[in-house]
Design a protein around this ligand. Structure first.
Ligand code: AMP
Length: 248
């Protein structure tokens, strides 16, 4: 079975994000970019299934500018077999990403798509669900455990107040949650090997998908500055202050 893993290039999670002066978005120039952390978990899970002999090939796909091939290369260094870059310099919204991924799925016929539950830049948490709907496939979102069987896959999901296990008929879409696994670091020999792994390039036009945005960003703002705290000398003083401020 083949596993397809969509990976997004996003601002590195350690970077302090700055809003552009004109409020049109966040500053991307000269900012460190990395693979979306939930996608690293998806790549790791796919590789583990391959290592366990339950998958034959792990294919990663990224939609984005030429630099997204670096993100694909990272996944190849972790152990994925080959990559596909859907190259575009435009902003691609979740519905367009899902439509593009549907085309890639039709070309590649994977038995499983494992992807992040959300991209940490836009926090949309939409693409996996939309892709499942477009394909008419089963979906197991927020996965914390994945167990493959013949023709089906059990996904344990993190839901409010506990865990829920669903059995999906394959092929299916799985979106990863934080506790599914801990992604490996790529070793130096694997980084070298990854340089020789193939990355095919295509485009939204070639795939026949219209990616014009449907959303307009009205404004982007920094969160309000946090007020500095004060130390109180006693519980009575604390209660007094809370009453003063109408908190209690
Ligand atoms: P989102 O719905 O934007 O929060 O993204 C959920 C997941 O969809 C991500 O974790 C990725 O696995 C996938 N995804 C979103 N955007 C892209 C992209 N441009 N290229 C590849 N995969 C993507």
């Amino acid at each position: 079975m083949k596993i397809l893993v969509p990976v997004k290039r996003v601002i590195d999670f350690n970077v302090k994000v700055r809003v552009k002066a004109d409020g049109s978005g966040v500053e991307l120039a000269n900012v460190k970019m990395s693979m979306n952390p939930f996608d690293e978990i998806a790549v790791e899970e796919a590789i583990r299934l391959k290592e366990a002999g339950q998958a034959e090939e792990v294919v990663v796909v990224s939609i984005g500018p030429a630099q997204a091939s670096e993100t694909i290369r990272t996944a190849l260094a972790m152990g994925a077999d080959r990559g596909i870059l859907v190259k575009t310099d435009q902003t691609v919204e979740p519905l367009s990403v899902a439509k593009l991924l549907k085309k890639v799925v039709e070309q590649e016929s994977p038995g499983l798509v494992i992807m992040g539950k959300q991209a940490i830049d836009d926090d949309s948490n939409q693409t996996g669900q939309m892709l499942a709907a477009l394909l008419g496939w089963a979906q197991g979102t927020f996965a914390s455990k994945v167990t493959l069987s013949e023709g089906s896959v059990d996904v344990t999901r993190e839901v409010d107040g506990g865990l829920q296990t669903v059995t999906l008929k394959a092929p299916a879409i799985i979106t990863t949650d934080l506790r599914l696994n801990e992604p490996r670091y790529a070793s130096l020999p694997n980084i070298m090997k990854a340089k020789k792994k193939p990355i095919d390039e295509t485009s939204p036009e070639t795939l026949g998908v219209e990616i014009a945005p449907r959303l307009k960003v009205v404004k982007t703002e920094e969160p309000p500055q946090r007020q500095s705290g004060v130390k109180v000398g006693s519980v009575a003083e604390l209660v007094g202050k809370l009453k003063e401020q109408g908190v209690i």
